[in-house]
Design a protein around this ligand. Structure first.
Ligand SMILES: *Cc1c(COP(=O)(O)O)cnc(C)c1O
Length: 412
């Protein structure tokens, strides 16, 4: 094991109990008795830190939230019912009609349609940019820009952002930067690189075995001094800064999104997510090595492989400089045509054909006929969706077995 050592201790120590039940307790109750009216009043005004009602949080979920906050150095975390719910929570708690989003890189299909089809119905405009369009991103910021949204790794185009450079633009204009770090938990710490909010689909590699749907939004602390959230652009947040200081973004998101939309995590989902989290450092370490081994071997066999660890990739230097701990579980294969892609998937014995990623087992999917099937041609081109494109998410199997299977599937 080479990477993520510090988290191996932290996760198991903070998730397990030393006394009584070792594995975290699942609190299934939807409501909580307050005991007396004074305590009830205190819970509602926030002075008493006890559970209010499960839509606003529950003790099992609170434990998961604490571990995730420590993982990313956030002031707090809100766990949600799915990754899309985390994106919805983080964005809806800040946006109002007339606002604009600058979306950079990626982009996960659900996020793309949320921005372009759903938020547009509420008078919110999103504009989409490639990770390297720094000048255009800089020039696109105006008085209506509320959020710069960035995915840590282009899925499935495998392009890597210069997160520091994009954070520099966001911070110079005092605009919020949200990073979707679903693909690179532990490998990247977006808050340390200058982001304000990090979101995760914990459904993926964090839980790691397709047992549970979930998400999380990690918020940074508001500074005691100058802070972009204290400017007029974010005036709706000011009352929470007055009341809650450093933790204002948690209060804002709980009231503006969690309470009003109800995308709350349930206790059993939080429990399963914690069980996954305990082994995340070990699994990520192994998979990062396996991905590099597998793509190198398939590339050497002449397959059309897209992964930044390959010297031919446009972002190979950035990969070596900024992604020393890998860029997650994904790579893509372009089989040249839909027919060849289908034949490949039918011949492979190892892959599970599914839309998920970050699983213990190797997964694969033909992109154009599934997730992107109802996207316009020009958008597919922008997102790098070619007719023969297969996305692979590498699992925990022996890398040699994956290589043998995928070369056989490719007819080599
Ligand atoms: C899966 C995924 C999401 C959405 O998460 P769900 O848990 O499926 O709602 C968001 N962003 C990225 C990068 C994802 O891979």
């Amino acid at each position: 094991m080479q990477r993520f050592e510090e988290f191996t201790t932290q996760f198991v120590q903070s998730i397990g109990n030393k006394k009584g039940a070792v594995s975290p307790t699942v609190t299934g109750s939807a409501s909580f008795g307050y005991g007396d009216p004074e305590t009830a009043e205190g819970i509602f005004d926030g002075s008493v830190k006890e559970p209010l009602y499960a839509r606003m949080g529950n003790p099992t979920t609170a434990r998961l939230e604490q571990v995730l906050a420590e993982m990313d150095g956030g002031v707090g975390v809100i766990a949600t019912s799915s990754g899309m719910a985390a994106t919805a929570l983080a964005t809806m708690s800040l946006l109002k009609s007339g606002d604009e989003i600058i979306s950079v890189g990626g982009l996960f299909g659900g996020t793309y349609s949320y921005f372009s089809e759903t938020l547009s119905r509420f008078g919110i405009t999103a504009r989409f940019f490639d990770v390297d369009a720094l000048k255009a991103i800089d020039e696109a910021v105006n008085e209506h820009t509320k959020i710069i949204f960035l995915e840590s790794v282009g899925n499935p185009n495998m392009r890597l952002p210069d997160i520091k450079a994009i954070a520099e633009i966001a911070n110079r204009h005092k605009v919020v930067l949200i990073v979707d770090n679903t693909i690179t938990p532990l490998s990247l710490s977006p808050l340390a690189l200058g982001a304000d909010i990090v979101i995760y689909s914990t459904t993926k590699v964090i839980s790691g075995n397709a047992s549970v749907l979930g998400g999380a939004a990690v918020f940074r602390a508001i500074s005691d001094e100058d802070d972009k959230f204290k400017t007029r652009r974010y005036q709706e947040v000011h009352k929470f800064i007055k009341k809650m200081g450093k933790a204002a973004l948690i209060g804002n998101a709980k009231k503006r999104a969690m309470r009003d939309f109800g995308m709350s995590a349930n206790a059993y989902a939080s429990y399963l997510t914690m069980l996954g989290l305990e082994t995340l450092p070990l699994r990520m370490d192994r998979i990062v090595d396996s991905v590099e081994t597998v793509v190198k071997a398939l590339d050497a066999k002449g397959m059309d492989i897209n992964h930044p660890s390959l010297p031919s990739h446009a972002h190979h230097e950035r990969y070596k400089r900024d992604f020393a701990n890998g860029c997650g579980t994904l790579f893509t294969i372009d089989m040249g045509s839909k027919e060849a892609a289908y034949a490949f998937l039918e011949r492979s014995k190892i892959v599970t054909i599914t839309a998920n990623i970050g699983d213990s087992r190797t997964l694969a999917l033909h992109m154009a006929s599934t997730i992107y099937s109802d996207f316009d041609e020009n958008i597919k081109e922008f997102l790098g969706i070619t007719p023969g494109l297969i996305r692979v998410s590498v699992g925990l199997e022996r890398p040699e077995d994956i290589i043998d299977d995928l070369t056989f599937a490719a007819g080599l």
